[in-house]
Design a binder for this molecule. Structure first.
Ligand code: ATP
Ligand code: SF4
Ligand code: MG
Length: 434
């Protein structure tokens, strides 16, 4: 296994090796030996079993075009840019990842690195100046969502992927009872009757820990934590496969934050939900997620199992990010800062986008974009210090990234039923299944 450099001298040696290796690789470009990607057949079998279990508990059938054997979500080479008069902002620029049934992925990185844009691209809730570039793909159950029309996307938004935003609790309508507000998307999007929708809203409230009698309450009668729970109930209203939380607990005090996270964790376990959790609080990812993806300036810096990334970060940016995060056991004076700031994404630096701030930057970093490699423990990293062929690392393309089963979803209590709404069948409705 790759051992991280422990001091400036050693870093220099690693840099020298890496530079030589990178030069050798550049010279051999085009005739580089193809290295077999690691295949973990046990992981493949476990992921297939989890997929069958979770999909078997769905309240609605899979969309008609779905491939039942396809992974839940694969995002390949996603590029989402914003048009400004002064140029294009390359907010998300070649991001690939995969999310399996029941899995929780934590998305982290400094402000402006493209976390929200990645999330909004999945359900295309983007501002009007955004464009998802050609060559990007977002496959849900094997269905590419990128070419879907706005009408067709309605089948997937909220019904398969829903989002809870930061401070979303303030988006509740102050003059309507919360039960009605939860019932509304069930009526409108699923086409169910008002009675069934109200019953389901009451069940959802109980599911998130609010007594069903409180369905008659107005938002101002609830605490902040209860309002955020109500928003989570709304996100669950259509029984989605994936819930994205974009800083869902930022506006809450630490106790309520812990309760909300515990709730999300329980829902994931009991309902087989998959989560994408965006947060600046790395401890939340460490506690809640199976894997984490660290973004920098619109790109993936490092991705892999939480247990690996948090104990042995390999990318200099991840190391800095973790060093800048307060740890209850650490001496406060030892907290690091990352000098400089993220680049202007209209005109990002050539080569590695982190190079102006990286203490380990080499000449090649200023010229050549680092290719992604994956280590046998499932950590993917894009940095010239990490080269294919060393310590078991293999070079990967975005297609490899989404094609592998590297992570076992955590599935427990398989018998726990989903939101009880017995007798509710797949709702009819024009255009409900493109
Ligand atoms: N509508 C827009 N027009 C132009 N640029 C935009 C627009 N929305 C976002 N951006 C830019 O895209 C980049 C990524 O923004 P994004 O909101 O995705 O970052 P983030 O990682 O979610 O940040 P934060 O942690 O602050 O929420 C930033 O440089 C931001 O300024
Ligand atoms: S993070 Fe970027 S700049 Fe630093 S060593 Fe790796 S490739 Fe070079
Ligand atoms: Mg954001």
């Amino acid at each position: 296994m790759m051992r991280m450099p422990t001091g400036p001298g050693e870093t220099g040696k690693v840099m020298e090796d890496a530079e030589q290796e990178a030069a050798r690789r550049a010279a051999e470009a085009g005739q580089e030996a193809v290295v077999e990607a690691p295949v973990d057949s046990e992981a493949i079998e476990a992921a297939a079993a989890a997929r069958a279990l979770i999909r078997g508990r769905r309240q609605w059938p899979l969309p008609k075009q779905a491939d039942p054997t396809a992974p839940l979500l694969t995002v390949e080479n996603l590029r989402t840019h914003f048009k400004l008069e002064s140029g294009w902002v390359k907010a998300v620029d070649g991001v690939s990842f995969r999310l399996d049934d029941g899995e929780a992925l934590g998305l982290a990185g400094e402000s402006g690195c493209g976390k929200t844009t990645t999330a909004l691209s999945l359900v295309r809730l983007l501002p009007s100046n955004a464009r998802i570039r050609k060559g990007s793909s977002i496959d849900l159950f094997g269905i590419d969502l990128v070419p879907k029309t706005e009408d067709q996307l309605r089948r997937y938004r909220w019904r398969e992927i829903s989002i809870v935003f930061q401070g979303a609790m303030n988006a509740l309508n102050p003059v309507r009872r919360i039960g009605e507000q939860i019932a509304e998307p069930i009526e409108v999007r699923l086409g169910l009757t008002q009675d069934v929708a109200r019953k389901r809203a009451a069940e959802l409230l109980e599911l998130v820990g609010i007594p069903r009698q409180r369905a008659a309450a107005y938002p101002h009668e609830l605490s902040g934590g209860m309002r955020q729970r109500t928003m989570i109930a709304m996100a669950l209203a259509c029984d989605p496969a994936i819930v994205i939380g974009d800083e869902p607990t930022t506006a809450l005090d630490v106790m309520v934050q812990a309760q909300i996270l515990e709730l999300l964790e329980r829902l994931r376990r009991d309902l087989g939900l998959s989560l994408i959790l965006i947060t600046h609080d790395l401890s939340v990812i460490a506690e809640t997620c199976d894997k984490t993806l660290i973004m920098y300036a619109g790109k993936v810096a490092e991705e892999g199992p939480v247990s690996r990334i948090f104990t042995a970060p390999r990318h200099p940016y991840t190391q800095k990010l973790l060093g800048a995060f307060p740890n209850i056991h650490a001496d406060r004076r030892s907290l690091e800062t990352i000098p400089g700031s993220p680049p202007d994404l209209r005109n990002p630096p050539a080569g590695c986008r982190f190079n102006p701030r990286c203490p380990a930057a080499m000449d090649i970093c200023r010229e050549v974009e680092p290719p992604e490699v994956v280590y046998p423990d499932g950590v993917r990293v894009a940095c010239h210090l990490h080269v294919a062929g060393r310590d078991g690392a293999v070079g990967v393309t975005s297609a490899d990234v989404v094609g592998w089963h590297r992570q076992l979803p955590v599935i427990e209590a398989p018998g726990v039923p989903a939101v009880a709404s017995a007798g509710v069948a797949e709702p009819p409705g024009p255009g409900s299944q493109p």
